[in-house]
Design a binder for this molecule. Structure first.
Ligand SMILES: Nc1ncnc2c1ncn2[C@@H]1O[C@H](COP(=O)(O)OP(=O)(O)OP(=O)(O)O)[C@@H](O)[C@H]1O
Ligand SMILES: O=P(O)(O)OC[C@@]1(O)O[C@H](CO)[C@@H](O)[C@@H]1O
Length: 309
């Protein structure tokens, strides 16, 4: 079973303003109000590909109520812990470019974290735990590391998709997969990656620090999957980007989908790109038909300690 954890969910207010003027009153040309947050997005994408998951995390106030009721309508199995305050609202403004304002999280207390740890303690060997997104400000940076350590001890595979100190800390707990985008990977080591070799070098550092698979997304540029002995590079399909919100989460979902279908790592990587780009090319998240159209066009190069296949 797959479990996703969204410690810091959101309502995403996706708004398109074709002719945007800074400092003026603008009117929306299109808008969508949806439950968001990285773990929630992973679960939503998995569900539309027929894979069930259970959703953990913290919700609060009327925005939290909206998220829970919407997800239930969509048939998702939620088990959120209620905290005080109000779940944040994240603004995703699409003009000729994309601008985001992510809101402030409510306060999550130690007792709530303990409750979550209790939920995770009930997982079984072979389960997958996806820890995605930022931490509420009140939680310490080692939160994901501790949850990953506990999961690792119990034979649970952990995916960590976050950035900064929580990502750095989590490496020590040997996560099965991390999925930084290029900016997150660069920030992790305080270095700019000027070319693909630099990206590989930085990803290898993350492997040395403990991650088993490092999946680096680079928007429309080839993505990389780096492990101890292997480097895979995937071409990314060309197309019109209509919405990149959730493209990274769709990659995580696609990777897990590939593994759930009993495919190897290389094929799972190919699925992850197809899922990511299917989301980027659509106003909604990836759907089966669009994903399957993109899949054959994604070519993977595999380099194993000096050999190229
Ligand atoms: N311009 C693009 N053309 C084709 N595919 C794209 C493009 N931008 C994003 N994608 C798809 O989405 C994937 C994830 O993109 P990106 O590196 O922007 O992730 P991210 O920053 O984690 O995304 P987000 O945080 O917006 O969900 C890419 O690997 C690719 O499959
Ligand atoms: O502030 P965080 O937790 O890093 O990211 C939250 C978020 O931007 O990520 C998702 C897209 O990946 C959105 O649904 C959501 O608004």
């Amino acid at each position: 079973m797959i479990y996703t954890v969204t410690l810091n969910p959101s309502i995403d207010y996706l708004v398109t303003v074709d002719d945007f003027h800074f400092g003026a009153t603008n009117r929306a040309d299109e808008q969508h109000i949806v439950p968001g947050g990285k773990g929630i997005n992973v679960s939503k994408v998995l569900a539309s590909f027929g894979l069930s998951s259970r959703l953990f995390g913290f919700t609060a106030g009327f925005t939290g109520d909206f998220i829970e009721s919407e997800l239930k309508v969509q048939g998702l199995q939620t088990d959120f812990i209620r905290v005080n305050g109000t779940t944040r609202i994240n603004v995703k403004l699409k003009t000729d470019t994309e601008t985001e304002i992510n809101g402030r999280s409510p306060v999550v207390e130690e007792k709530h974290l303990q409750q979550l740890a209790g939920q995770i303690a009930s997982l079984s060997e072979g389960d997958t735990l996806v820890l995605s997104g930022s931490l509420p400000k009140s939680l310490p940076a080692d939160t994901y590391r501790k949850l990953t350590e506990e999961a690792f001890r119990n034979g649970i595979r952990t995916v960590v998709d976050t950035s900064g100190a929580p990502l750095r800390e989590s490496l020590q707990a040997a996560p099965f997969l991390i999925k930084p985008n290029i900016a997150e990977l660069e920030a992790l080591y305080g270095e700019k990656a000027e070319n693909e070799q630099d990206v590989i070098r930085l990803a290898e550092k993350a492997v040395e620090e403990g991650a088993e698979h490092v999946l680096v997304s680079r928007g429309g540029y080839p993505a990389l999957l780096v492990t101890k002995d292997n480097v895979y590079t995937a071409s990314v399909p060309t197309g019109e980007v209509r919405n990149s919100v959730g493209a990274g989460d769709s990659m995580v979902a696609g990777f897990l989908y590939g593994l759930e279908q009993q495919h190897d790592i290389k094929k799972a990587f190919q699925y992850s790109i197809a899922f990511g780009s299917a989301t980027a090319f659509s106003l909604k998240f990836a759907e089966k038909e669009s994903m399957e159209k993109l899949l054959p066009a994604i070519h993977i190069t595999h380099e194993k300690k000096g050999e190229v296949t």
